[in-house]
Design a protein around this ligand. Sequence first.
Ligand code: GUN
Length: 301
Amino acid sequence: MAEAQIIDGKAFAARLREKIAACVAALKRDHGLVPSLSVVLVGEDQASQVYVRNKGRQTEEAGMISATHRLPAETPEGELLDLIGTLNGDETIHGILVQLPLPDRIDEAKVIAAIDPAKDVDGFHTTNVGRLWTGLDAPVPCTPQGCLLMLKETLGELKGKRALVLGRSNIVGKPMAALLLAEHCTVTIAHSRTEDLPERCREADILIAAVGRPEMVRGDWIKPGAAVIDVGINRVEAPEKGDGKTRLVGDVAFDEAKRVAGFITPVPGGVGPMTIANLLRNTVIAACRQNGLPDPWYKRR
Ligand code: GUN
C-alpha cells in the first residue's frame, strides 16, 4: 500500500493568513476598522512564551493591532481579573486571549468566565461552549477549527464518517467532537482510560489524537486509509542528535502510522500553524461583530 498523503498544515495556514490579511486590509479601507488582539501571559512557561511571541508577530503581520501583557507568575488572581475587566471595557480591543495553562494558584475557570464572551477569541467561555454545542453561531476554539478545516479540504464531505477523538480536554477534545458532530460524523470521544483503545481507534475513518502522550497511537491502531490528525506536541529526548538534545513528536508514531493511514498531519508543521491562523480569523470576526459588520466567513449551518 502506498504511503499516506501528508496534510501540510503550514501551507494551509499560509493560505488562510493571506485571506485574513486581505480581509483586514478591506476593513481598514472601507470602515477604518483595525482589529485588535490582547494576549495575557502569566508566568514564564517556556512553551507558552514561544506561542505568545508567535501570536503577537502573526497578528501584526496580518495588519492587526497586537498587545501582550506579561505578568509575573506570582501575580494575584484579583490583579489578573482586574486587567481582564479593563480589556473588556476598552472598545478599541476586540479580542482577549489568556494563555493557558495558568499557574496552579489561579482559578482558570474564574478567569475564563471573566472574559466578555464577545471578545473570547478562544471560544472557551461557557456561553460560547454552550452556543457551539447547541448549533448557534459562536467563536470556535482555534485548534479544533484548524483540524476541521484541514479535514474538509482533504476529504471533502465528512457526513456519516466514523470519527474518534482521543482526548477530552476543553481546549481540543470536547470542541473537536462538537464540530465533527455538526458535520454529521458518528463521533466517539475516547481517552487514556478507554477500554480496548486500539480496537476503538481501528474503527475510525477519522482519528484525532489529542491526548498529550508521545507517540501513543501506534501504526496497528489505525484503520487502513484513515485520516489521522495529530494534535500532540511533545518534546522528547533525542540522544541521536547529541547530548541533551530534544525533538518534537506528536501523539502518533508517525513513521508507523504513515504506512497505514490514507492521510496524516506531521508534527511539527501539521495542526500547530493552523491554531494561530484561526486565532487571527476569530479576532477579525469579533471585530466585525462588535462594529455591526457581517462575519466575513459566516455560513448558515
Ligand atoms: N494553551 C494551549 N493552547 C491554547 C489555546 O488554544 N488558547 C489558550 N488561551 N491557551 C492555550
